[in-house]
Structures are given as structure tokens and as C-alpha cells.
Design a protein around this ligand. Structure first.
Ligand code: PEP
Length: 253
């Protein structure tokens, strides 16, 4: 059965001391709230704070993700980080395909397919992000765009690989803008995504994949969005940087 997941993407925020403080708060908070077996709580600090995050969450249910990897396993790629460097320090997940990576770093569906392969081959679970631009939605191309993002980056994989993939639908127009998709818009897209997975693979597989929503989720709107049957939690940006907001969102799923 698929799990509910709340993942906090800290992006390029929090220095070491701030990261330690936030980790401590989240660790204590999830312990108090007794997060059960069907709920996963993930944080994604910057690369330099991953080692600390892994060590400081060891005895808690909090899991640690990186925000990116390079598609090659090693080599002359100055400034980049390889998958095995992450697993080597105990990181078990990686976010791939975030819209900021696509927009600011030119990551294409093709490159993302390679990153997904490299992650899976190196035993990293993938949180795969995708979603349409505002112009796609305005021209009613959002379903088409999302289907091709999935097709071009993921559909070469055998269905068994999806036990190590979490999908995160993030309409670009809702990321960091304060504008959220309505719960109905999120549900429509998530149901569509599950349908596309069923068409490509089968129903059992489609029903087993967790599909997160991302885009300006806050304590005030989380419950309503997560109440939709095909929304299995959220990828949280801004609100994951504040302990109380993040914990309230964890509680809402
Ligand atoms: C994100 O960056 O993945 C995100 C959803 O950001 P925010 O919650 O700030 O919109």
C-alpha cells in the first residue's frame, strides 16, 4: 500500500547552525506526534548539511534526501556531486527534476532520465518532480505536458523500479508564488497521472505509487489538499523552513 509522505525541500537555505536547530525541532516534533508506519517524513537540506542531517536523524523516523545528483557516476565535473558520495554518508533519497533545476540549470527530460537511472543504480530512492508552466495551463496543455515529462524521463523503467520512486506533481506557477492549485485541480491531475501509469504499466503498480503535490502548501491549506484521494502528501518548499509550519503539515496528511 502506498504511503503518505511529507518532504521538505530546503533549497539553498539554512547554514550549519540553522540546519541543526531545524533538524532538532523536527525530530522532537515527529516523536511527540508519533508519526506512524504509514507516514514518511523527509527533509532535503543542502549538500553540505547532509552528513549532519543523517547523523542527527539516525534514531528518528525522519529520512534525509539530497536535492540533486550528477548523471555520471564520477569524473571531471567540477562542483558536482555523485550518487555514491551520497549513499556513502547514509543518504537514501534524492530529489530529481525540480522545476528550479529545469529552469535555472537547463535540466531536460533526457538528462533527468539519466539522473533517475544513475540514482536507482546506486540505490538512491527518487523523488521525481514535474509539472506544467502557467502558459501550458492557460492553453490547456497541462495534461499533455505532464504526460510527456513522465514518458520521457521515466517510462523506460521497468515497473519494479517504481517501488523506489515517489512522484511529485508541482505546477510551476504554484511554486513559491503563494498561489496554490485548488484541491480539485490537484486531484484531477493526480488521478490523470495514476491513469497514465496504469495505461503504461498496470493498475496495481499505479495504485502503489505515492504522488505528492507541491506548490505553496501551508498549514492553512494542507489538510484540504491532502484530503483528496489521489494526493498522497506534499513536497514543501517555503513552509518546510519553519519547524512549526512543517510539523503542522506533517500532522495534516
Ligand atoms: C518546491 O520548491 O518544491 C515548493 C513546493 O515550494 P513552495 O512550497 O515554496 O511553493
Amino acid at each position: 500500500m502506498r504511503k503518505n509522505i511529507i518532504a521538505g525541500n530546503w533549497k539553498m537555505n539554512k547554514d550549519l547552525n540553522e540546519a541543526k536547530e531545524l533538524i532538532k525541532g523536527i525530530r522532537k516534533g515527529v516523536k511527540k506526534k508519533k508519526v506512524g508506519k504509514n507516514k514518511r517524513v523527509i527533509i532535503a537540506p543542502s549538500f553540505v548539511n547532509l552528513n549532519t542531517a543523517v547523523k542527527r536523524t539516525k534514531k528518528s523516523v525522519v529520512e534525509v534526501a539530497a536535492q540533486n545528483i550528477h548523471e555520471e557516476v564520477n569524473g571531471a565535473y567540477t562542483g558536482e556531486v555523485a550518487a555514491n558520495m551520497l549513499t556513502g554518508i547514509g543518504v537514501e533519497l534524492v530529489i530529481i527534476g525540480h522545476s528550479e533545476r529545469r529552469t535555472y540549470f537547463g535540466e531536460t527530460n533526457e538528462v533527468l532520465a539519466k539522473k533517475v537511472d544513475t540514482a536507482l543504480r546506486n540505490k538512491l530512492e527518487v523523488i521525481f518532480c514535474f509539472g506544467e508552466q502557467l502558459s501550458d495551463r492557460k492553453s490547456e496543455k497541462h495534461f499533455e505536458v505532464v504526460e510527456s515529462q513522465l514518458k520521457e524521463s521515466l517510462f523506460h523503467l521497468p515497473k519494479e523500479d517504481y517501488s523506489k520512486i515517489v512522484l511529485a506533481y508541482e505546477p510551476v506557477w504554484a511554486i513559491g508564488t503563494g498561489e496554490t492549485a485548488t484541491p480539485e485541480q490537484a486531484q484531477d491531475m493526480h488521478a490523470f497521472i495514476r491513469g497514465v501509469l496504469e495505461k503504461q504499466y498496470d493498475k496495481e503498480m499505479a495504485d502503489g505509487v505515492s504522488i505528492l503535490y507541491g506548490g505553496s502548501v501551508k498549514p492553512a491549506n494542507a489538510k484540504e489538499i491532502f484530503s483528496k484521494p489521489d494526493v498522497d502528501g506534499g513536497l514543501i518548499g517555503g513552509a518546510s523552513l519553519k519547524k512549526d509550519d512543517f510539523l503542522a503539515i506533517v500532522e495534516a496528511v
